[in-house]
Design a protein around this ligand. Structure first.
Ligand SMILES: Cc1ncc(C[n+]2csc(CCOP(=O)(O)OP(=O)(O)O)c2C)c(N)n1
Ligand code: SF4
Ligand SMILES: [Mg+2]
Length: 374
C-alpha cells in the first residue's frame, strides 16, 4: 500500500533499542486518516511495542484486509514485509505467511467490519488453528471507510449520527474468540497507551494467535452522544479486569512493577465498576511464562477473576457486557498453548531456505502417493 513518506531526519539523541534502532525506524508513512482517529493511536502503540521488543523489521510481516483500520499497516514498520489483502481475507493470507516462515512476527490488523461480517469465518478458523500471529481488531462499531454504517459490533440501542438506532445484537470479538478456543485474548482502548503497549508486547511474544480487540473510536462517524464506541463512552465504562506487565527475557523481574490500579493514564479510574461496586486492586499476581522466555505478570482487579480459566473469563466478560461495562486488559491466556506449528510439526526452516531435495520428494515418493488414489 502506498502512503506519503515521512522525512527521514531523526534527532541524533533519540534513544535506541537493543538493535541500535530508534522509534523512527519503526514508523511508516504519513497517516491519511482523519485527525483524531483512534486507529492512529493504535499505530503509535504498535510502533512503541515493536521498538521496545527489538523486533527486527525485516522479520515482521504486516497483514491487513480492507477498511480505514486495514490501511494502518502502511503507517508503521516501513522496512517490514506487508500484504494488503481483500476484504475479510487477512486471516487466510496471514496463515500462509506464518506457515511459510516460522521466524516471522506476523502482525495482522483488521476492523470490526472486516473481521466480524465478511471475515467472520476466516477469523474463527485462524483462532481455531492457533496461527502464530497477533490479530489486532480496531473496533469502532462502524464501517468507517464506507461512511459509517453500523457494523456487527454495534451495541443494541447505539445511535448513528443522524439518529438511526441499532436493533441487532452485537458480536463481541472477545467472547467469540474465547468460545472458539483462543489461547490469548486481550481488550484495550486506543486512548490508553499505558494498557495497550504491554498487551501488544505480550501478544507478539505469545505462541499462537493472540487476539487484541481495541476500542478505537471513529471521530467522523461514531463519536457522538448515543454511540457506545465513542471516546467518552469508552472512558466512562472501561473496567480493567486484568492489569498486565510484559517483562522481556533479558530484564530481571524486580525492575518493573504493576500499580495497584487507580488510573488508566487518562485520569479515568480503572479499579471501580460502572455500577458502583468497588474493585480492590488486590487480586492475585500471576506470572505467566511465554515461549520466547519473556514473562507476563497479571493482576486481576477483581480477586474472583482468573485470566487462566476460560469459563471464568467468559462469565466475567459477559457479566460486564450485560451491565454496559467494557472489560479490558489481558483477559485470557493459555500457558500451554500449542500453535499451528506445534500441532502440524512444521519445519523450523523457512520454506524459502529449503533446498530442492527437501522440497521435492522425488518421483518414487510421488508415485507411491498417487498409487493411493488408484
Ligand atoms: C468484497 C467487498 N465488500 C464490501 C467492500 C466495501 N467495504 C470496504 S471497507 C468496508 C468495511 C470497513 O469497516 P471496518 O473493517 O470496520 O474498518 P474501518 O473502516 O471502520 O476501520 C466495506 C464494507 C469491499 N471493499 N469489498
Ligand atoms: S472515517 Fe472514521 S475510521 Fe476512517 S479514518 Fe476517519 S475517523 Fe478513522
Ligand atoms: Mg470499523
Amino acid at each position: 500500500m502506498t502512503s506519503i513518506a515521512k522525512p527521514v531526519v531523526a534527532h541524533p539523541r533519540l534513544k535506541t533499542n537493543a538493535l541500535g534502532l530508534t522509534l523512527r525506524d519503526y514508523e511508516g508513512g504519513m497517516s491519511t486518516l482523519c485527525a483524531g482517529c483512534g486507529h492512529d493511536s493504535v499505530t503509535a502503540a504498535i510502533v512503541q511495542a515493536t521498538w521496545e521488543l527489538g523486533i527486527e523489521p525485516h522479520r515482521a510481516a504486516k497483514m491487513s484486509g480492507i477498511g480505514c483500520s486495514s490501511k494502518t499497516t502502511a503507517y508503521f514498520l516501513k522496512q517490514s514485509h506487508g500484504f494488503n489483502s481483500v476484504h475479510g481475507r487477512m486471516p487466510s493470507v496471514s496463515s500462509g505467511a506464518a506457515a511459510a516462515n516460522r521466524g516471522l512476527s506476523v502482525i495482522g490488523i483488521s476492523g470490526d467490519g472486516d473481521s466480524l461480517s465478511i471475515g467472520l469465518g476466516q477469523l474463527s478458523h485462524a483462532i481455531r488453528r492457533n496461527v502464530n500471529m497477533i490479530y489486532i481488531l480496531e473496533n469502532n462499531g462502524v464501517y468507517g471507510l464506507t461512511k459509517g454504517q453500523f457494523s456487527a459490533s454495534a451495541d443494541i440501542g447505539s445511535k448513528l449520527k443522524k439518529g438511526e438506532v441499532n436493533e441487532q445484537p452485537p458480536i463481541d470479538p472477545v467472547l467469540l474468540a474465547l468460545s472458539v478456543g483462543a489461547t490469548f485474548v486481550g481488550r484495550s482502548f486506543s486512548g490508553d497507551k499505558r494498557q495497550l503497549v504491554p498487551i501488544i508486547k505480550a501478544a507478539i511474544s505469545h505462541r499462537g494467535l493472540a487476539l487484541v480487540d481495541v476500542i478505537s473510536p471513529c471521530v467522523t462517524f461514531n463519536n457522538h452522544e448515543g454511540s457506545t464506541k465513542s471516546y467518552k463512552y469508552t472512558r466512562d465504562h472501561d473496567v480493567e479486569a486484568v492489569e498486565a506487565d510484559y517483562i522481556p527475557v533479558c530484564e530481571p523481574i524486580e525492575i518493573t512493577g504493576l500499580s495497584n490500579g487507580s488510573s488508566n493514564g487518562n485520569g479515568h479510574a480503572t479499579n471501580g465498576h460502572a455500577d458502583g461496586r468497588p474493585a480492590n486492586g488486590d487480586g492475585d499476581l500471576r506470572v505467566v511464562q511465554l515461549h520466547d522466555g519473556g514473562t507476563v505478570r497479571l493482576r486481576s482487579t477483581d480477586p474472583s477473576y482468573d485470566p487462566t480459566d476460560r469459563a471464568n473469563a467468559y462469565q466475567h466478560i459477559s457479566g460486564c457486557q450485560s451491565r454496559g461495562e467494557i472489560a479490558t486488559g489481558l483477559l485470557f491466556v493459555d500457558e500451554s498453548s500449542r500453535s499451528m506449528h506445534d500441532v502440524l510439526k512444521t519445519t523450523s526452516t523457512p520454506l524459502v531456505d529449503l533446498g530442492h531435495e527437501d522440497l521435492c520428494p522425488g518421483s518414487a515418493a510421488l508415485e507411491k502417493l498417487m498409487g493411493r488414489f488408484c
